[in-house]
Design a protein around this ligand. Structure first.
Ligand code: PLP
Length: 370
């Protein structure tokens, strides 16, 4: 059996025609920058996440950057974040002129440890930037209760995730989504969005994404050109209507993996955990595996795709060496980068395929599964 780690081909079989019609409508409308498809999609996302305002931007990296800019974060400020994330999290902080400061993660959730956050805050810390990795939220409310700093949520991988009934991206001062094609809600290109509960902040964001201008050709602040493309907004509106069903399928897949892989010992694999009160949307189904690289090669040989997110923690990245971190500074992040393996996860995966993946992992460890 051949099972890709990820594919959009099956989604296109289902909704490709609807997307083509949507694209044709945009072509015929003659409107390609902002306009009603963007405004409508912004409203839909605000409603979906129980947020007051949503501002569409060019991609998730810009969403983070502009969220920080809307809070006036810049040179001289520290922003506390996780070393175990995609580069854009730290890259966006650096683009503002502020300094990313890392704090270690929890081994079972892969997210920054809210209890440690409290001890890492200094007078220079202007904001905390938690990442809801793989679709499971960091406990933002706990961070807010422990400290009075601003919070920007990197919810790039977590649209639809919840903690105690509150949506990813809607709890912090601002929240950022990415609509990169592989995300749970993915465009057919780049796209991003910032959530905010403040009218003034929403207005500032709309200006920042258009070169800092409220009125055309009058510039009050230094912004960038980062608008959500009209074509992508129209496509994303269609896809958003499928998102709840796709998320349920991801949760079914995770349950089925969990039931099978639960037969393996904890020395062999650690499965994703979902703390009480949290809803995981499984952007990735990521296990911790002993002999990870051999397992990955074995799976590949048996036709099963997988991926390693992320093989090198941010504090060890060559481009960030000026921050002054060393190997050993964040032991959990460094351990986890050697152990993580993301298994095939996309809503169209069949039960037979899920079982084949689990059985193949069982074979690698010499255990019969199923
Ligand atoms: C955690 C995280 N933050 C930020 C981003 C940046 O998003 P984009 O690729 O849309 O710029 C991504 C996704 O790529 C991500 O996974």
């Amino acid at each position: 059996m051949e099972i890709p780690g990820f594919t959009l081909a099956r989604q296109m079989d289902e909704i490709g025609q609807e997307l083509l019609e949507t694209m044709e409508n945009v072509v015929n409308s003659g409107q390609f920058i902002l306009g009603s498809p963007v405004a409508e999609f912004e409203e839909q996302v605000a409603r979906f996440t129980h947020s007051r305002y949503a501002v569409g931007v060019g991609n998730g990296s810009d969403a983070l950057y502009l969220a920080l800019r809307a809070l006036n974060i810049g040179p001289g400020d520290d922003v506390l974040t996780t070393p175990f994330t995609f580069f854009a999290t730290a890259g966006s902080i650096l683009r503002t002129g502020a300094k990313p400061v890392f704090t270690d993660i929890e081994v079972d959730t892969f997210n920054m440890d809210p209890e440690q956050v409290r001890t890492r805050i200094t007078p220079r810390t202007r904001a905390v930037l938690p990442v809801h990795l793989f679709g499971l939220m960091t406990d933002v409310e706990l961070i807010q209760r422990n400290s009075k700093v601003l919070v920007v949520e990197d919810a790039a991988q977590a649209i639809g995730a919840e903690v105690r009934g509150r949506c990813a991206g809607s709890i912090g001062d601002l929240g950022a989504f990415s609509f990169f094609p592989t995300k749970n809600l993915g465009a057919l290109g780049d796209g991003g969005m910032v959530l905010t509960q403040g009218e003034e902040q929403a207005q500032v964001l709309r200006e920042l994404r258009a070169h800092g201008s409220r009125e055309k050709y009058y510039h009050e602040m230094l912004g960038i050109n980062s608008r959500l493309d009209t074509m992508q907004a129209a496509i994303l509106s269609v896809k958003l209507s499928y998102l709840p069903a796709w998320t349920s399928k991801r949760q079914h897949i995770a349950r089925r993996y969990g039931e099978s892989l639960g037969a393996l010992s904890l020395d062999e694999v650690g499965l994703p955990t979902v703390p009480q009160g949290f809803t995981h949307v499984y952007h990735q189904y990521t296990i911790r595996a002993s002999h990870r690289d051999q397992l990955r090669a074995y799976l590949k040989n048996q036709g099963v795709g997988s991926a390693v997110y992320y093989p090198l923690s941010l504090h060890l990245q060559p481009v960030l060496q000026d921050l002054g971190y060393r190997r050993g500074d964040f032991p959990i992040s460094e351990r986890v980068q050697e152990e993580v393996l993301s298994l095939p996860m996309f809503p169209e995966l069949t039960d037979q395929e899920i079982d084949y993946v689990a059985e193949t992992i069982g074979q690698f460890y010499g255990k019969r599964i199923g």
